[in-house]
Design a protein around this ligand. Sequence first.
Ligand code: NAD
Length: 248
Amino acid sequence: QLFQGKVAVVTGAGSGIGKATAELYSQHGAKVVVSDISLEHGKQTVDDIKAKGGDATFIACDVADPKACKNLIDETVKVYGRLDAACNNAGIGGEANPVADYSIENFDKIIAINLSSVFYCMKYEIPAMLKNGGGAIINMASILGQVGFANSAGYVAAKHGVVGLTQNAGIEYSSQGIRVNAVGPGFIDTPLLNNLDPEMKKALVKLHPIGRLGKAEEIAELVVWLSSNKASFITGSYYPIDGAYLAL
Ligand code: NAD
């Protein structure tokens, strides 16, 4: 098994891509720390992993709070003794408005949850990983970490920032055994898209030449592979997974 004896932490693991990723790490033998701001959803993921014979623990964390991120990693090491892989995935969709109408409050909020969080998590994950000789970090960006999307300034700015942070950490820590990469999903059919009406969803499908939205499980496959030793020369990079969205 790819992750036998290894420990993985996933933020935002109560739903969608994070939940699928936590479950896939477990299927590959990892002990998994399931983290989310939602106790109910996080605990459900733990129950689902345990029901399939896996080993998982829930640790609550609001990723916009640096102290909570420190606590998440401290507790992870307390519970399982080490940290090998981290998927910094938690995120929100944010306000839909053009720049001049976008509220300052919501801009600051999405930067905190979708971007500052990735810095906070890496800040504490990296020293924990260095203690056992290295590890792998996967940051959840988006296709919108590479291109713009009308009425999504906060989200687009945050995801571009995630790609930049990933490159920096990749440069700084690869020689010490920590690989850092970002994944850029196209639009994925998860609860994040719940407030879109069916017409809007149809319009989104058209932006993906493959002819459909992605599935959380498809993103999890890339995250888990990039976290594994099979990706040993891959670091400091961004990987779109988007049904040809960016190619169009
Ligand atoms: P989702 O809404 O299904 O799941 C997100 C999870 O994050 C939820 O369980 C939620 O409780 C949690 N969360 C929200 N705010 C949090 C906070 N402050 N602290 C901790 N947890 C918090 O969404 P998803 O589609 O699975 O998205 C996961 C990640 O993938 C996000 O970073 C998102 O931007 C990114 N992404 C999603 C899509 C898409 O189309 N769904 C596309 C590209 C990138």
